[in-house]
Design a protein around this ligand. Structure first.
Ligand SMILES: [Mn+2]
Length: 289
């Protein structure tokens, strides 16, 4: 019995299947936890969704920013699909089944057996893991389900925010979803810093790891970890494999010609397992992720 976490797949189905062979993954005995970004950029996004969903309870997935983008795309009726496979998705008979499944993917999982937390990009340094879990659940209650494409993901009408009004729960949920799926750099006080701000502050490549001593640092270095906290995440291919005592970063850039990585969460000190992905050569690894 083994529990594996697997990095960002991005439609690289063949590499995923090679990795599972290498692990001798047995769905009768083992479990898989995916850090999100199953789709986009790579060649087999639709097949990845179908395959991973077909594993039922043996595979758990958290939502990545590419799943969020996909749901937004599908909710915006006039917007042309950004990738050809999304056009196919709109026509296949399991469209609704797949979109409903994706919309219900949690932003955060707490794996009882291994004690690991799974998220796509990270956990806000100012949130305890309990608070993060509560926030993730609130987002899910607003955003989970095919019928929420219209209410949660469709582009909102522009309206002026009145600072005297209490914060809008929908706005909070969308912001929290962004934190779980996109956080990388934070200010010393834990506030997330998005690429535009990092660039203005002098970071020439706001997607690359910042130099030592720079005012903004990765969320996992800013966070004051409590003993026993362990988080596995993806999303930051430009940093690559990032194994620290409390945090394990698994995005090793499969779709950019890097590797697809698995780690055993029930034995996190064992060496990781990786497959090379020489057939992929996306060159925008430093981009949005
Ligand atoms: Mn990502």
């Amino acid at each position: 019995m083994a529990v594996y976490a697997i990095g960002d797949v991005h439609g690289c189905l063949l590499e995923l299947q090679r990795l599972l062979q290498l692990l001798r993954f047995d769905p009768a005995r083992d479990r898989l936890l995916f850090v999100g970004d199953l789709v986009n950029r790579g060649p087999n996004s639709l097949e990845c969704l179908r395959f991973i969903r077909s594993l039922g309870t043996r595979a758990e997935v958290v939502m990545g920013n590419h799943e969020v983008n996909l749901l937004r795309q599908m909710a915006a009726v006039d917007a042309p699909p950004v990738e050809p496979w999304q056009k196919t998705l709109t026509r296949v008979s399991d469209r609704d089944t797949l979109l409903d499944w994706i919309s219900r993917l949690p932003l955060m999982l707490q794996d009882r057996e291994t004690g690991f937390v799974v998220v796509h990009a990270g956990v806000h340094p100012s949130w305890s893991l309990d608070e993060a879990m509560t926030r993730a659940g609130k987002v899910m209650r607003q955003a989970g389900g095919l019928d929420r494409l219209e209410t949660f993901y469709a582009p909102a009408a522009k309206r002026t925010v009145d600072p005297t009004e209490p914060p809008d729960p929908l706005r909070i949920a969308k912001d929290d979803q962004t934190v779980f799926t996109r956080i990388r750099l934070t200010a010393p006080d834990g506030r997330p810093v998005w690429p535009e701000e990092a660039k203005k502050a002098g970071l020439s490549d706001p997607y690359a790891p910042p130099p030592v001593g720079f005012s903004f640092q990765p969320w996992y270095q800013v966070r004051r970890w409590t003993s026993g906290e362990r988080v596995v995440y993806g999303h930051w291919a430009a940093v690559g494999l990032a194994l620290h005592p409390h945090s394990k970063g698994l995005d090793t850039g499969c779709v950019y010609g890097g590797r697809l990585t698995a780690i055993r969460l029930d034995h996190p000190d064992l060496p990781v397992t990786q497959v090379d992905c020489p057939n992929h050569s996306r060159t925008d690894a430093g981009g949005e992720g």
